[in-house]
Design a protein around this ligand. Structure first.
Ligand code: ATR
Length: 291
């Protein structure tokens, strides 16, 4: 057990619910490994109370915070500064203490970008299929445009939502790089091989046998399938991608890197590869029970 004393920095997570979060495991492991005098705790913040929570955190001089469902967008009006990518996305997951309050970042997306890069995937110039048009998929669409993907096809059960996100992203970046379609219209996507990012909630434990579609004609177009889900470790979507000759990754690395980047922002430290690998191993162990 680490010693908590008068100089211990406090960081934490603002969300509702927070009972199942893996963030304390990641941040407290990082603090211990790097000898940083910091503790990370979950804070259960009811919907509608995020403003009070941020003001309280400011008064308590908390060093940094993560923000999760349902507060990722609602928190923005209470920040004094915001990173440009996070502002475009309209969602933040990391708050860094600054002189007059907190600055918001979206390390979910930069964490995903770093995770992909490590897996040999570069978004610049890439053709991408995004499955879903909810909060997570929407952020991925913004990241793709920001990182210079050449074309993005957003497929969603409710096509209007995909089209609305496409309009928003194209407007924000001043180029027509994304198109929204109904999931069932995937044959309208030109032939070729694509990176596919699975951003729906379908397949999440305990519904591990479900995939957003079983249609082989879509999977034949995928050279790499990236599922944002990490429970189970191998989703049905990933199995289908592999069965059609593609490479598949889950969301565990993204989870690790969003946290590692947040920790680096709070503490001005650099986390080297061996420590990142150690975190990944811990997360794998922790999630293995939900295979
Ligand atoms: P999150 O914040 O995790 O992105 P969300 O905003 O509720 O969650 O979005 C869930 C996504 O999963 C949406 O794209 C949703 O499709 P709709 O917009 O049509 O609702 C998709 N989704 C959820 N259940 C689905 C199902 N059974 N089949 C297809 N898509 C589904």
């Amino acid at each position: 057990m680490r010693e908590i004393n008068g100089r211990t920095k406090v960081c934490g997570l603002l969300g509702y619910p927070v009972e199942h979060t893996l963030s304390p495991l990641i941040h407290n492991t990082l603090a211990q490994a790097l000898g940083v005098n910091l503790v990370y705790v979950p804070f259960c913040v009811e919907p509608g109370r995020i403003g009070e929570a941020v003001r309280g955190a400011c008064a308590l001089a908390l060093a940094g915070l993560n923000v999760t469902v349902p507060h990722k967008s609602e928190v923005i009006p209470y920040l004094t500064q915001i990173d440009p990518l996070a502002e475009k996305i309209g969602a933040v997951n990391t708050l860094v203490r600054c002189e007059d309050g907190f600055k918001g970042y979206n390390t979910d997306m930069t964490g995903l970008q770093q995770a992909m890069k490590e897996d040999g995937i570069e978004l610049a110039g890439e053709r991408v299929i995004v499955l879903g048009a909810g909060g997570a998929a929407r952020s991925v669409a913004f990241l793709c445009a920001y990182a210079g993907a050449s074309q993005v096809w957003m497929l969603n059960r409710t096509p209007q939502k995909a089209q609305e996100v496409a309009r928003e992203v194209n407007r924000a970046f001043g180029r027509e790089c994304i198109r929204g379609l109904a999931l069932s219209d995937h044959e309208k996507i030109p032939a070729g091989k694509y990176l596919a990012v699975q951003g729906t909630s379908v397949g999440l434990y305990p519904h591990s046998k479900d995939a957003v579609t079983e249609d082989a004609r879509l999977y034949e177009k995928i050279h790499t399938g990236y599922d944002l889900i990490y429970r189970p470790g191998e989703t049905r979507f990933m199995q289908l991608v592999r069965a059609h000759g593609g490479r598949a990754c889950n969301g565990l690395k993204m989870l690790a890197y969003q946290a590692i980047q947040a920790f680096a922002l709070w503490n001005d430290v650099c986390i080297e590869r061996p420590l990142a690998d150690h975190i990944l191993e811990k997360l794998k162990e922790e999630t293995r029970i939900h295979e």
